[in-house]
Ligand binder design. Structure first.
Ligand code: NAD
Length: 492
């Protein structure tokens, strides 16, 4: 790829130049280098992809599941062979440190591995003699064409929360990556071409809202898996459902962590710094607000300020770098203006990451780790998802007050507790209103055999990505009741 390379779509087994009239630059957020141009594909290209994916579905669903997963074994092999190349592409277009990109691709591959168990996971149920001579059977069938709409922050992993399960259960797929980071999926699809899947089983259409709206409205697309901000998740869920589709829509977050006075402070500081500043805070599971209880206030505040100030910031391809830039110039401006808003609402800017300049990368969108102390719990900053390397501190006197604060938020993606008390940990696990809980650990994306839970405004739907949830989401049940004439005659 180079500055003038036009990114293509992959439809029905071939690369096609988009007829888009608008192209956006894909920009390396650390160097400001233009890496290529992504088409904002018109709705007609989604419609064409959906039509061809639907044609492919008719035959693909007939391939036995044990045969379909042979493609996944090969998929894993190809992703392993190209692991480093894909990881570097993620860092170049998304900005995260190379170790983080590798971690992302490892989880992507784990999802392929888990989906290899689909022949057993999609088995049905059978009950003999529900009445004399009558049997009842529940079978699982694929739903049809499925669409995956993904955000910018995990360009390699997030499509794999869905794609391996969707195709292994017999569906065909259209992926619509974030227009900010399209190159990773282009690379992945170039690699997956070697699978020789039947044309139309996997498709890639680049674009923005117009492409998404065409997905939401196309009658052949039966299921939508979305990951992104809450405002868009709500829109996808409402419009997709109004059009009769099944939708799972993962949204944004504002993740609280509680630190009790009996916590191991060295470990807590190290873990919470990683949680807040990993991927430059651009993770839906990033710690965003630290609530100290009682005496934890002073020890933790001092230690986390030190950890924030000493984080190594730079270009993610440098192995020594711990944190890269944020995704775009508007993101950097937004994060910096939210820091100011926090200060205007009464917070103390304990460590100020604004106006960062990284030697050799002066054009990058860098914000250094930032700590805001004593933020106003009633202010806007306490509620707004910052999606940058900013940790805000609050203080309360009891664990009950802390849990109440955790549960007062609109989101419910993740919450953590740091303590040495089993009783406190049990209370927290039981009462905290979040779909992913950490006890003395920051929360990374769950292993592929667990669902990626999310509650409240962090998730719209019933079945989550990954695991058995994915198998249920990508299949519809059919219940068959049957009796044969010989059994009928036996009754008389
Ligand atoms: P985003 O909502 O801006 O974009 C996500 C996708 O939606 C992209 O493919 C984009 O093209 C499309 N889109 C954007 N605006 C749209 C509109 N108006 N109509 C239709 N489609 C539209 O999100 P982002 O900035 O790429 O990603 C960051 C957000 O994603 C954060 O809020 C983060 O918390 C969230 N996120 C959530 C999870 C999770 O598992 N809950 C995981 C990763 C990211």
């Amino acid at each position: 790829m180079s500055e003038n390379s036009l990114i293509m779509n992959y439809i029905n087994g071939e690369w096609r130049k988009s007829s888009a009239t608008n192209y956006l630059d894909v920009v390396n957020p650390a160097t400001a280098e233009i890496l290529g141009k992504v088409p904002l594909s018109p709705g007609s290209e989604v419609q064409e992809a959906a039509r061809l994916a639907n044609e492919a579905f008719a035959e693909w669903r007939r391939i036995p599941a044990p045969n379909r997963i042979q493609y996944l074994f090969k998929m894993k092999e190809l992703l392993e062979e190209n692991f480093e190349d894909i990881s570097r592409t993620i860092t170049m277009e998304c900005g995260k440190a190379i170790g983080e990109s590798r971690g992302e691709m490892r989880r992507a591959i784990e999802n392929v591995e888990v989906a290899c168990g689909i022949p057993m996971m999609m088995m049905g149920d059978f009950s003999e003699d529900i009445a004399r001579g009558i049997d009842e059977i529940m079978i699982r069938q694929p739903v049809g064409v499925c669409a995956i709409i993904s955000p910018f922050n995990f360009p390699g992993m997030i499509p794999f929360w869905f794609l391996p399960y969707a195709i292994a259960t017999g569906n065909t797929v259209i992926v619509k990556p974030s227009e900010k980071v399209p190159l990773t999926m282009v690379k992945v699809f170039e690699i997956l071409e070697q699978l020789d899947l039947p044309p139309g089983v996997i498709n890639l259409v680049n674009g923005d809202k117009e492409a998404v709206d065409a997905i939401l409205d196309h009658p052949a697309i039966r299921a939508i898996s979305f990951v992104g901000s809450t405002a868009v998740a709500k829109y996808i869920y409402a419009r997709g459902a109004a059009n009769g589709k099944r939708v799972q829509a993962q949204g944004g977050a504002k993740n609280p962590i509680i630190i009790l006075p009996d916590a191991d402070m060295e470990m807590t500081t190290c873990i919470t710094a990683d949680s807040a500043f990993g991927c430059a805070g651009q993770r839906c599971l990033a710690a965003s607000v630290a609530i100290t209880v009682g005496d934890a206030r002073h020890t933790y505040t001092e230690a986390i300020a030190e950890a924030a100030a000493s984080r190594v910031v730079g270009y993610g391809l440098d192995e020594a770098v711990q944190m890269g830039p944020v995704i775009t110039v508007p993101s950097k401006d937004r994060v910096e203006s939210l820091i100011q808003q926090g200060a205007d609402e009464g917070a103390t800017v304990l460590v100020d990451g604004r106006s960062a300049s990284i030697s050799g990368y002066e054009s990058g969108n860098f914000v250094r780790p930032t700590i805001l102390a004593n933020i106003n719990p009633a202010g806007e900053l306490a509620k707004t998802e910052i999606f940058g390397p900013v940790l805000s501190l609050m203080h309360v006197n009891t664990i009950d007050d802390a849990i109440q604060l955790v549960n007062s938020g609109q989101y419910g993606n993740m919450a953590c507790l740091f303590t040495n008390s089993g009783a406190a940990a049990r209370q927290f696990r039981y009462e905290a209103q979040a779909g992913n809980i950490g006890i003395n650990i920051g929360v990374a994306a769950p292993m592929a055999f667990f669902p990626f839970s999310g509650w409240k405004e962090s998730f719209f739907g019933t079945l989550h990505g990954q695991s058995k949830h994915a198998v249920e989401f990508f299949t519809q049940t059919k219940v068959v009741v049957e009796r044969w004439p010989k059994e009928w005659s036996r009754q008389f």
